[in-house]
Design a protein around this ligand. Sequence first.
Ligand code: ATP
Ligand code: K
Ligand code: MG
Length: 661
Amino acid sequence: STPFGVDLGNENTVIACARNRGIDIIVNEVSNRTTPSLIGFGMKSRFIGESGKNQQASNLKNTVDNLKRILGLNYNDPDFEIEKKYFSCPLVENKEGGISAKIRFLGEQQEFTSTQLAAMYINKIKDITYKETKGNIVDICLSVPVWYTEKQRRAASDACRIAGLNPVRIVNETTAAAVGYGVFKANDLPEDEPKKVAFVDIGHSSLQVAIAAVKKGELKILGSGYDKHFGGRDFDHAIANHFADEFKGKYKIDVRENPKAYYRVLTASEKLKKVLSANTQAPFNIESVMNDVDVSSSLTREELEEFVQPLLARVNIPIETALKDAGLTAADIDSIEVVGGCTRVPSLKARLAEIFGKQLSFTLNQDEAIVRGNAFICATHSPTLRVRPFKFEDFNPYSVSYFWDKEDEDEDNLEVFPRGGLFPSTKIITLYRKGDFGVEARYTNKEELPAGTESLIAKWQLKGVVPSEGETSIACKLKLRNDPSGFYTIESAHTVEEKLVKELIEKEPKEGEEEDEEAEPEYREVKKLVKKNDLEITCISSALPEEVRQSYYEKEHSMIMEDKLVADTEDRKNALEEYIYELRGKLDEQYKDFASDQEKEKLTGMLLKTEDWLYEDGYDSSKAKYIAKYEELASIGNVIRGRYLAKEEEKKQAIRQKQEQ
Ligand code: ATP
Ligand code: K
Ligand code: MG
């Protein structure tokens, strides 16, 4: 399959594929290099990406955005209290304790879980990629925020599967940017002493930073930090609220009371923010924002800086965390690579430069750096594609311990993957057990986690423990892994027992003596640990149970088929309409001499009748009906066209013959 990378942004998603010996950004159906990350639900079909954005203003209640912020999040998570104010559609708690959007779709109330919503969107991204590349799109490397917990990573992975994809790797966004840097800027990298690079990504909803040691062919992430609630959308809301207050006094309207009016103010605020990145002042006008009132105002860059001062004041915190993890100071950093749309804000650039005490570097494409890394990483997993080897290890942001019911051991838990370790990583532990047992993985320290994160990560049941004859317990060796996607797993487990084994006694020939090659080999019996049997492992993780995932997959597939049918029906209807106009026009022109008066009269009547039908009974008809009507007209139209074409061919022949003479 074609290596496929997706940077699922909170506002915009970017797609890349590895092909033609390089990485290409894939454009969408309207040739944009980024696609809005949202889904609109309609009476007949879904509107995903660009089409969703186009109908958002008129369908706020049934439009879901901020998809990555609710993915894998619990409804009772304190973070949801903050998040829900960014949504224009109702959100409800589902039976798994997660978040579902409650919308009107196909004329009825429906609910979709955050995982299903992400899957719908990813499926659309897959479709865009397929249409543009005609490649086989199966394997995907998807990036997620560095602060995503295991549960959120599992949800992201499930969403890919529901969209019919195989997630070969879930990777941190800043790590993907770093990999892209390491691979594509390889010529500027040292061979030995690694360069210390800070990668700062400020997007629509969050800020992330990773400190990496990069040299030719490899990198290590030494530390990371984040502010989950710092992004462009916070700037937009700050501006929108300023104008909402102003308009209350100036025009006596409260746009916050009218969702559509607030949405329009918010959209205009984002535009204004972008203008202020290049200009020191910008106008702000919206016609008939509500109650037929036109609003008009303006904002200066200085005023904007004032509104976002509280945000700017805390940028240093995640950066200091990341530097501390890395054991470095700002002065040790050789280069600060900046990505994400929000880093175009001048005051934010100035603040970052101030914190690091150094000029920022913009060598990476701000919008495409992450996805290029993703596509490269996906390519490294491809069995058929040969890519330059590049080794990268990521930083584990949350300490993780494994727990078991204590029997013969001294402890009942062990911190296996401490915060600050690198992954992928494997550790083998030995437990002494009397029979089958359970293990759990839990986050060790609440303080390291986003507030409200459950500590339980996954549970396992291990079966097949049988102590050897005469023993009460047996040693079980568990291979624990923090895998390439950051998932905590038990990769394999087996029991070992002591056995007497014969071991050859190696005899060193004494000095001055020849080795006696004729001598009989001698053995001694020694006690050794040997593998007895593999244990059967069953895992309950935060991933969806197989049957639920399968049912979501089927549901998504049927929705795709319905959307396609609606789109095809619309296409057939348009084709019929066009054909009516085309035929009518041609009857008076090209076909004039090729149809009898009787035929003309009959066809003209049919055209009129079909046209009337199209605007009345046939306005909302079926694909089959549109095709049938088309064919009815074409059965006569094609006869006339045939005569016309035959005559044309005759003329051509005549000209050719003349030329040959
Ligand atoms: P996230 O990374 O939070 O998931 P995302 O990847 O969708 O979100 P980006 O595409 O990196 O986010 O950035 C989008 C943000 O950048 C938006 O808030 C947008 O308004 C802002 N932005 C884009 N261009 C500019 C500009 N010229 N000046 C100021 N802000 C801008
Ligand atoms: K993006
Ligand atoms: Mg982003």
